[in-house]
Ligand binder design. Structure first.
Ligand SMILES: Cc1cc2nc3c(=O)[nH]c(=O)nc-3n(C[C@H](O)[C@H](O)[C@H](O)COP(=O)(O)O)c2cc1C
Length: 355
């Protein structure tokens, strides 16, 4: 894997000569063509973890947005991820916002995007997921759902319910994305009564079928009273988990000056996401697990998100800057850090910096 990282350092300048979307498309095409030839080694016992009655062979996952149509599932599994959050999937195909809509800030090791959920829609994703499932996956799959841009506000809950009905049985958990800054009005669905309407619609649509853990993905820009209210609502609604966080609209406060419009991810988001993870962990009193995401590119980053309160972690931007070898490096480093601090498992370390 160390060799994979050095190799990526060599090819990264070539990939970075392409615009970010083109290089991403190329990566997905390669991973989806060659993914089934990769095989990840077994993970050490310290990294095994269990949530919602499900075993995860390791706590490191792919964040949403990297594989919106679930085209490269076997590739992610072969890279050694313990789980992948695929999507955001919308019910109907849509083009997303006009280009350009994604930028690298290399000095800051960050990205800005305003993609706006381009994707092939839920029927196309279903075909890819069924194919991946048929090949016997050890990696866990989360599906991240969002409404179409042209869905009327009074139909948004129905979009989420349709996604849950069609794709839910192919997922180990579902994430309701109500925090992308690039779909007008979406973040307003973080208000407790509105998130309740979505959850009710999904549960009604899934009545009589298997119940799948339901998570909500939140924004790092939530102000304090709003975050507390959302956590209280999550407990009332018996939500199974929180994904913290999505991208931020802030710039100066996270040390970035850029005029590109859209959500900022990567290194400058890290401490802001970690603060939200810690605050949510306190508010939830550890009763609902958190998936921590934002700015992770090393084992230390992943470990500190876990110590802040995350039971699982995810990354996207860090992988663009560090390459595929980063997954193995994070897992090896995380094992070392857990052992160093006397933890026998990831779950023992969760929230130890916040309690
Ligand atoms: C190009 C790009 C596209 C993204 N698309 C989605 C998306 O469709 N749905 C979603 O919930 N989050 C999306 N995200 C947010 C990531 O899942 C993640 O929450 C955020 O980037 C912080 O993690 P990172 O710093 O490791 O990238 C996207 C991020 C990037 C960089």
């Amino acid at each position: 894997m160390a060799r994979t990282r050095s190799l990526y350092r060599l090819i990264r300048p070539l990939l970075f000569r392409l615009n970010p979307e083109a290089s991403h498309r190329l990566t997905i095409a390669l991973l989806s063509a060659a993914g089934r030839f990769f095989a990840a080694a077994d993970d050490p016992p310290e990294l095994h973890t269990n949530l919602w009655g499900l075993d995860f062979c390791n706590p490191v996952g792919l964040a949403a947005g990297a594989d919106k149509d679930a085209r490269a599932v076997l590739g992610w599994a072969g890279m050694g991820f313990g789980f992948a959050e695929l999507g955001t999937i919308t019910p109907r195909p849509q083009r997303g916002n006009p280009r350009p809509r994604m930028w690298r800030l290399e000095r800051e090791r960050a990205l800005i995007n305003r993609l706006g959920f381009p994707g092939a829609g839920m029927y196309a994703a279903k075909v890819c997921l069924e194919r991946a499932r048929a090949s016997g996956l050890r990696m866990r799959i989360g599906l991240n759902f969002g409404p179409n841009k042209n869905t009327a506000p009074d139909q948004v809950a129905e979009d989420y319910a349709a996604l849950a009905v069609h794709l839910g049985p192919l997922a180990e958990f579902i994430v309701l994305n109500v925090s992308s800054p690039n779909t007008p009005g979406l973040r307003e669905w973080q208000a407790p009564e509105r998130i309740g309407a979505i959850v009710d619609a999904i549960r009604a649509a899934l009545t009589g079928t298997v119940q799948i853990p339901l998570l909500i993905k939140i924004s790092p820009d939530l102000q304090h009273p709003m975050l507390a209210q959302l956590c209280a609502a999550a407990m009332d609604l018996r939500i199974d988990g929180i994904v913290a966080t999505n991208t931020t609209l802030e710039r100066e406060r996270v040390g970035v000056s850029s005029s590109y419009q859209g959500g900022l991810s990567g290194e400058p988001l890290k401490l802001k996401s970690r603060a939200i993870i810690a605050e949510a962990f306190k508010q939830l009193d550890g009763r609902i697990p958190i998936i921590g995401v934002g700015g992770i590119s090393s084992a230390e980053d992943a470990y500190e998100h876990i110590r802040a309160g995350a039971s699982l972690v995810e990354l996207y931007t860090g992988m663009i800057y560090e390459g595929v070898g980063v997954v193995g490096a994070i897992k090896r480093g995380l094992t070392r850090l857990l052992v160093r601090d006397g933890f026998r498992s990831v779950s023992e370390a969760v929230g130890t910096a916040t309690r």
